[in-house]
Design a protein around this ligand. Structure first.
Ligand SMILES: [Zn+2]
Length: 259
């Protein structure tokens, strides 16, 4: 595990909208110690990135939300946007990330009950696709069972997330349960303690930083990129300067919105 992670510049993608920029990214990664990670396990990974990983023989970790695999359950943040509209929805998603977990769940349930729209469905990855990718060298790893904010969960909720995702990995002969990426990068001292007790051996943040001088396996830094990040900007991000010049929250917001 340590060889895979330590001393690497770790980049993080989410949804992959288009493939064409990605090959330029992969060209840039050649000869550099870059580890690709992708959060959420959107099905676009299978269609747009898996092939390139094989072609370029690059290591990658796909962090999946175990409760969504083999279902049509949408990502909860997409569901909020679907139910209340793009502009208000995107603001609301940021807002509810700071709410206690149960309050967020209750809010979502109320939105669903109030809405006249048909329930949102999304195509999600299947167990067969995960097993195929694992056999081809992609590490399938743990991004929780339902993607709550781990700094907003009770201890009981945290343990339930780990218990259910562990069961998922075990039942499907997938290996990466103990590699964990905090949803949204949100951690807390309680979440870290529970993660350790539940057998997690490495936990990844979403802080848009290069690895620091002292390696802490429970606080692994990652850089944020998207498939729309241009070549010049990607060089800049990998150099570490981008991190130094912008406050983190703004930076991640900008990157997620392609700015
Ligand atoms: Zn996520």
């Amino acid at each position: 595990m340590n060889n895979l992670i330590q001393n690497k510049k770790i980049v993080t993608y989410h949804k992959i909208n288009a493939q064409h920029n990605l090959s330029a990214h992969f060209d840039i990664y050649q000869g550099k110690d870059v580890l690709i990670t992708v959060d959420d396990g959107d099905v676009s990974f299978y269609h747009h990135m898996f092939q390139l990983l094989k072609q370029y023989k690059m290591p990658a970790i796909l962090f999946v939300i175990t409760g969504l695999i083999d279902t049509k359950i949408p990502f909860w943040w997409d569901e909020i946007v679907y139910l209340i509209g793009e502009e208000e929805g995107e603001k609301k998603v940021w807002e509810v990330k700071a709410w206690p977990n149960q309050k967020r769940l209750d809010y979502l349930q109320q939105l669903r009950e109030k809405s006249i729209k048909p329930p949102l469905e999304q195509v999600q990855l299947t167990t067969a696709q995960l097993q195929e990718m694992q056999a081809a060298g992609v590490t399938i790893a743990n991004h929780s069972h339902t993607h709550p904010m781990f700094d907003q969960c009770t201890e009981e909720e945290l343990r339930e997330e780990f218990r259910k995702s562990r069961q998922f990995f075990e039942e499907r002969q997938l290996n990466g349960y103990n590699l964990f990426a905090y949803p949204n990068g949100n951690s807390s001292p309680l979440a870290e303690k529970v993660a350790k007790e539940e057998g997690i051996q490495a936990a990844f943040l979403f802080d848009h930083k290069l690895p620091g001088n002292s390696f802490n396996p429970y606080r692994i830094s990652r850089l944020s990129v998207t498939d729309t990040t241009g070549a010049g900007k990607l060089h800049f991000i990998l150099s570490g300067w981008h991190t130094k010049l912008l406050p983190v929250r703004k930076k991640i917001f900008n990157i997620l919105h392609g700015r």
